[in-house]
Design a protein around this ligand. Structure first.
Ligand SMILES: [Zn+2]
Length: 449
């Protein structure tokens, strides 16, 4: 099966170009002018942008969080994603009490293969570190896994790591050529803040029990650990302008990267103070309008290596049933179906960037940070033929963070992005904003063990 895409504006690694792209099987096999291919099906892309498939580097799907099942499986979550031009999701595998990490990777892969509409990679969270666990970790790295994730909080969920244990983990992992993702909120500061709160029934108290200084302090400590151990650290879902500037200063010396999520750029804590504020509970929490405005400026100025959603969708009934005490409300909001349209609106429409900005921060950079580049995240010969063909000036369509029964944080928003074709490894999976075959998901787990 081969397809020749002609006449489009193709977003290559060094910028847009008017070239043809030839797909054969699952890969891109030629890029150039006037390619001769008598057997290929020709797809005219005049007037369309041809981008490498987008990547959401941070999603939670098909899992239990705090004992509550997530609203999205990889099947439903990937459907919302793929319709917007996302061809790779990166989820999480956390080592369970009863399994080795590689057994848990195997279980997670089964939730993806023939279930997901796009490809899926995993960030790994080992929870035990005996020598045989390290043997398992090194095996997984040999098989292609390149990212690990740790938390400076969430004691109750068994995820917390002290800075001392993180120092040991950083030192050992730094010798293995991997990137270490860290959720930065300082546990001591969270506990001190919580001790001052007497009324947990209003959603705004969630923001008070997880204050900005908890994030900033944890970021400072993690940067110091990364510099001391020569580890490559990546700070996930940065929510504060001060934390972002701290990372920017460290990034000059190299090694530290970061992401933020659209909700920290577009929403603020007025939503938590209003009725039904529990619908917007996530961690870190939404911040003040002043912080949000600074975050938007930082995003437009290129402070974030990538944008990722931290998609963590709960059913409306699960959010509502626990809404009277912020300590019990499941933490997380949906986002995966809105990443591409919201970042297009913010960066391209509002701040005048071109689609190249989306290519860099939603495709190339996440692929590089996840160790997937140049298989993903680029249009070049040999890469997977993951492509999205779109127009920026379609008629407005409603966007949806999730297709499940969730409280959508962006309800009512629209996009003019018109997603004409999405190819996943050479096969067209979206045609004119619809799945081509809703009964046969073709995605796969990127590292099968
Ligand atoms: Zn997360």
């Amino acid at each position: 099966m081969s397809t020749l895409i002609t006449g489009g504006t193709v977003y290559l690694d060094d910028g847009p170009a008017q070239v043809d792209v030839l797909i054969e099987g699952e890969h891109i096999v030629a890029i150039g002018h006037g390619l001769q291919t008598p057997h290929a099906e020709v797809l005219p892309a005049n007037g369309l942008a041809v981008l490498p498939g987008m990547i959401d580097f941070h999603v939670h799907m098909d899992d239990l969080i705090g004992g509550v099942p997530l609203a999205d499986s990889y099947r439903t979550g990937s459907q919302a994603a793929t319709l917007t031009g996302i061809t790779t999701l990166i989820g999480f595998v956390t080592q369970s009490a009863e399994h080795s990490l590689s057994q848990d990777v195997h279980i997670a892969s089964d939730k993806v293969n023939n279930q997901s509409f796009c490809d899926v990679g995993f960030h790994l969270t080992p929870t035990r570190f005996a020598e045989h666990d390290w043997g398992d970790i090194e095996d997984l790295i040999a098989r292609g896994f390149r990212t690990f994730k740790f938390y400076t909080t969430y004691k109750r969920a068994g995820l917390y790591q002290s800075y001392e244990s993180l120092r040991t983990l950083f030192a050992r992992l730094s010798t293995l050529n991997v990137r270490i993702l860290v959720h930065c909120e300082d546990e001591d500061i969270l506990q001190r803040a919580e001790a001052f709160i007497t009324n947990f029934s209003s959603a705004i108290s969630h923001a008070r029990r997880r204050p900005p200084e908890a994030e900033v302090t944890a970021i400072e400590k993690i940067i110091a650990l990364a510099e001391a151990t020569n580890a490559k650290a990546h700070i996930v879902h940065v929510s504060t302008a001060e934390g972002t500037r701290t990372i920017q200063r460290a990034a000059v010396k190299g090694g530290v990267t970061c992401e933020t999520a659209p909700h920290y750029l577009l929403l603020n804590d007025d939503l938590l103070a209003a009725p039904n504020g529990h619908r917007w509970i996530c961690s870190p929490p939404l911040r003040s309008e002043m912080n949000r405005a600074h975050m938007e400026d930082l995003a437009a100025g290129g402070a974030f290596d990538i944008f990722a959603t931290d998609h963590c969708a709960f059913m409306r009934t699960d959010k509502d049933a626990r809404k009277d005490d912020v300590r019990n409300i499941p933490n997380g909001i949906p986002g995966v179906g809105t990443l591409v349209p919201l970042m297009h609106e913010l960066l391209c429409i509002k701040h005048g960037k071109t689609l190249d900005e989306l290519r860099i921060r939603l495709s190339r950079n996440p692929a590089q940070l996840a160790g997937l580049y140049p298989r993903k995240g680029t249009i070049q010969v040999g890469a997977d033929a993951d492509l999205v063909l779109l127009a920026e000036n379609g008629s407005p369509r409603t966007i949806r963070a999730s297709l499940s029964d969730v409280w959508d944080p962006y309800a009512g928003r629209t996009t003019t992005l018109d997603v004409r074709h999405v190819f996943l490894r050479g096969r067209e999976v979206v045609h004119n904003n619809r799945l081509t075959d809703a009964d046969h998901p073709r995605g796969k787990a990127l590292y099968v063990i």
